[in-house]
Each structure stands twice: as C-alpha cells, then as structure tokens.
Ligand binder design. Sequence first.
Ligand SMILES: CC(=O)N[C@H]1[C@@H](OP(=O)(O)OP(=O)(O)OC[C@H]2O[C@@H](n3ccc(=O)[nH]c3=O)[C@H](O)[C@@H]2O)O[C@H](CO)[C@@H](O)[C@@H]1O[C@H](C)C(=O)N[C@@H](C)C(=O)N[C@H](CCC(=O)O)C(=O)O
Ligand SMILES: Nc1ncnc2c1ncn2[C@@H]1O[C@H](COP(=O)(O)OP(=O)(O)OP(=O)(O)O)[C@@H](O)[C@H]1O
Ligand SMILES: N[C@H](CCC[C@H](N)C(=O)O)C(=O)O
Ligand SMILES: [Mg+2]
Length: 500
Amino acid sequence: MPVILSFERVLGELLIARRGFHGDSARGRVVNDSRKVLPGDIFVAIPGTVSDGHNYIDAAIKARAQVVIHQHPLSHYAPHTTYLMVTSTRLAYARCCREFNGCPDRELPLFGVTGTNGKTTTVYMIEHLLRAGGRSCGLISTVETRDGKIVRPADCTTPEAGVLFPLLAEMRRNRLAAAAMELSSHALDQGRVAGTVFRVAVFTNLSGDHLDYHRDMEHYYHAKKRLFTEQLSPKGAAVINVDDRYGRRLADELADTTRVITFGSADAEAKWRITNVELPEDGVRFRLEGRDEAFDVGSNLIGSHNIHNLTGAILAVREFGLTPEEINRALAVKIRVPGRLERINSRKGYAVYVDYAHTDDALSNVLEILRKITPRRLIAVFGAGGDRDHLKRPRMGLAAAEKADLVILTSDNPRSEEPEAIIREIAAGIPEGAAYEIEPDRFLAIRRALELAEPGDAVLIAGKGHETYQEIKGVRHPFDDRKVVKTVLSSLGERGEPQP
Ligand SMILES: CC(=O)N[C@H]1[C@@H](OP(=O)(O)OP(=O)(O)OC[C@H]2O[C@@H](n3ccc(=O)[nH]c3=O)[C@H](O)[C@@H]2O)O[C@H](CO)[C@@H](O)[C@@H]1O[C@H](C)C(=O)N[C@@H](C)C(=O)N[C@H](CCC(=O)O)C(=O)O
Ligand SMILES: Nc1ncnc2c1ncn2[C@@H]1O[C@H](COP(=O)(O)OP(=O)(O)OP(=O)(O)O)[C@@H](O)[C@H]1O
Ligand SMILES: N[C@H](CCC[C@H](N)C(=O)O)C(=O)O
Ligand SMILES: [Mg+2]
C-alpha cells in the first residue's frame, strides 16, 4: 500500500529525482496533461471534471515521465519510475509549479480580486492607479495578461498553475512593483493558486452565476472565501464591499482573524463610506469618507457599479502606499476597460454600448445606468453562454425585459448546445406582454437592433464585451461585437466614432 506523503517530503523527493535524470537538473517540468509530457517530466494525475488524470498515467510513462504524483492507489507500478502519493494532486500541482518558479509571490506583491461581477474592471483600475502613481504593475485578467514586456490575450480568467507561475516569475524578472490579478471561483475551488500569498484581497459582490459548477450559492460563496482565508498574507488586508450581502457576511466572518477594510454606501456600517454621488453622462464623481479623512474622487467611467469598483481599487492601492493626491492625479488620466460599456455613436443620433454583462445582476445594473442617460428607448441584444449555468438564463430574460423597452435574444458562444434551446430558456423568464424578438444569428440581431434604433435611443449589446470570437460546436469563429457594430453602422451609412 503506498504511503501518502507530505508536500515537503514530495518536494525533497522531486529535487532528488530531478538531479538524477541524466544529471540534467533543467529537466523535470511539472505537467498535468499526459499529451504534453516530455522525457524526464513530472506527471501529476488530477481528477478533473471531464476525465481523470489517473487514466493517463500509462500514457505519461510511455512519453517517459520520470515521476508520477497521484492521489489514488494504482493497480500497477512501472519500473524505473518514482511514484509519490499525496492527498490532493491539484494542490500538489499548484504548489510544485510555484516552487519550481521560485515562489514569485514572495517578492512580487499581489493584489487579488474576486466576486461575481467587477473583477476585470477592478484589476484594470488597480493597474492604472499603480502605473500612473509610478509603480509598475503586471495584470492577469479575463481580457489579457501583461508581464511588463508582453501583452497576451487571455484564454481564461485565472490561468492554471502551469501558466500562472511562469507568468508571475516573468513579472518578477521584469522587476514589476506589483501584480493585479482576478481570481475566478473555479480557480479558487481548484486550488490553481494554492500556496500563493496575496498582499491585498478585494471582494466585489456575489450573485447567481456558475451554479452548474458550484451547485448552490453556499458552495459558490465558500469558493470565493478561500482567497481571504487561505491565500491572504497575515499582514495583508481584505477590502470588502459591504453593500453586498455576501460581502457583509464575509466581513463579519473574517473580523476576528483578518485586517478587514469595509466600504459601502452613505448609510452602510463601513470603514469607508461613499457619499456625494454624482452620475453625469461622462463619468462618476463621489466622496470617500473614512473615520478621520475624506477625499473626492472623479473618473471618466460611467455607472454606479464603477463607483464600487473604483472604491475597491482605491482602497487596495492605499494599502500599497499611494496617497490620495497620487490617486487623484492618476484618476485624472482616463481609464479604459476593453468591452465594458464601450460606447459607439451613430450619425443618426443613437448610442451603442458594448458591454460584458453576462449575469442577471450585471444586465439589470447596466440597463439601469443606461436608462438614466438615455432620453428615449433602450434596446438590449444578448444571449447566454452554452455549456454554462442554465439557471441564470431565465433570470437574465426577466432582468432585461424589466429594464429595456425591447429585447432581442441571440447567441453568445452556444458551444455544444443548440442556440435555439438556450434562447428558449432565456425567453422562459420574459413576462407575458414584454416586447422581445429572437434572432439566433448575432450579426443579424445586432443589425436588427441598429435598424430599429431612433435618435435618442440606446442599444446595449451585452455578454461578449472584449471577446473576439463566437464559439459554436467546438469552433471559434471570429466575432467582435465592436467591429460588427462599426460594420453595420457603415452599411447603414451611420458610422460614428467610438467615444474615448
Ligand atoms: C471546469 C473547469 O474549470 N475545467 C478546467 C479544468 O479541467 P479539469 O480539471 O476538469 O480537466 P479534465 O478535462 O477533466 O481532465 C483531468 C485531467 O486529466 C488530464 N488529461 C486529460 C486528457 C488526456 O489525454 N491526458 C491528460 O493527462 C488533464 O490535463 C487534467 O489534468 O482544468 C483545466 C486545466 O487546468 C482547464 O483547462 C479547464 O478549464 C475549462 C476549459 C473551462 O472551461 N474552464 C472555465 C469554466 C473556467 O475555469 N472559467 C473561469 C472563469 C469563470 C468566470 O468568468 O468567472 C476561469 O478562471 O477562466
Ligand atoms: N461592481 C459591479 N456590480 C455589478 N455589475 C458589474 C460590476 N462591475 C461590472 N459589472 C457588470 O459586469 C460586467 C462584467 O464586468 P467585469 O468584466 O469587470 O466582471 P468580471 O467579474 O471580471 O467577470 P468575469 O467573471 O466574466 O471575469 C460589466 O460589463 C458590467 O456590466
Ligand atoms: N467569463 C465568463 C463569462 C462569459 C460570457 C459569455 N460570453 C460566455 O462565453 O459564456 C464565463 O466564462 O462564464
Ligand atoms: Mg473578468
């Protein structure tokens, strides 16, 4: 019967095994996919959501893996191979990736942001504030990663450990002062950042999403909470939005163990309160009041949700020593978050907004914001991702029908599902009598909305934001809402300019 080893013991064994391989210590990468194994690699067998890495151990050995890390006893053991059994191969994998990349988080202060909505926006704000304040900052986000030299489009929100730690190590080699990264609930649940220490952790909010994966809100909440209970430095700070009910709960549950910095609206019980809110058409203005200090904030980003995102970012960078003066200087420079309320004007006099709202909460929020600044009708075009949370679909239908004058349901990465079936699930939430149309072809849906729009109207095209593809049956076809809008506007002779 194999013995379960502690991680420290595993590391010790790995260092010996790596030295032993042809005397070449550079060999021995940690790999969790048998298809990527090269001679001398360490293969980690991870039980996944689709298959189980334990089924691929023979394939990994055939590809000449030198070491196998597993968590279940095996039916047979090959000669000339070192087997290490641990309680969780997922955690061992992340911790090995971290160690083999020199534990970059020891010298690179990390800002982690989690929550259902607002993560990307908040990490962009943190990066902006730090950079404008003279501190270079790496970025790991749903849109792209930036390591200080190279900007790469992102494949996911939080990369798996085998991609993440080399990226953080590169940031450290590039002498960045800090890094801001998004933590998805999947990443936290799967321990993609196990062992990593964060300087500041920000909680934006929690609402219904990803219940296909987490089963219920309680599991979803606990996945998010791990950032604060398992990954935050004892000297670090938790910045929490207590206008959100899960945020209030998190702040309460952390109060005895963690330095918690709460923020919320004027009447919230919070260390920092948001007052004097102004929501003009071209940005936001508000005052942030602490116990003994206050400062006035202004930004080009529109919408009350961005007041919360900005506050989270501001309180995070204050932990890094930025002063209110530095923060205000930085905010005087425009912030741009790709695909988040990006506005394109038509010559005819209506506005088009491309946004990444893909939950009912986000849709409802964004439509409320547009309602305040739109003189006439609101037209919303959106769909819902295939092979993802089904429960949010009817709620998205309801939220949009309640807040928009006309809804056009279309496709948004149907993946392996039938587009019409997804649309039917969204439509099931639309109340009787609400105005809606169905056009599964997203290009035609956008064209239909722009043809219907009159001067003074606003068209919201939601769900894809920065994305540049439409994924149908495993194939990603080029599709960028922003480009499609411009193409359609040109074809209608109404091409306007994007608003800065
Ligand atoms: C549900 C989920 O998170 N899945 C992720 C997870 O896959 P998994 O562990 O379930 O892997 P699996 O396919 O069951 O395979 C199990 C193991 O066998 C190995 N294997 C498999 C086949 C083979 O021939 N040989 C082999 O060794 C695999 O490499 C894996 O280690 O780990 C994989 C590698 O790390 C990820 O690519 C994969 O992301 C999939 C593509 C995905 O769609 N993830 C989404 C849901 C996601 O993570 N999204 C969040 C954002 C959500 C948000 O917006 O809030 C993100 O952080 O991006
Ligand atoms: N604080 C917020 N509260 C509610 N809605 C928000 C908030 N911030 C952003 N949104 C809405 O959610 C959309 C997605 O925002 P963002 O990309 O910042 O979120 P995210 O948490 O990174 O999402 P993802 O889980 O896809 O990575 C925005 O386009 C906007 O419509
Ligand atoms: N980043 C989120 C939202 C994607 C929204 C939509 N465009 C989709 O592809 O489902 C996710 O992975 O769930
Ligand atoms: Mg994101």
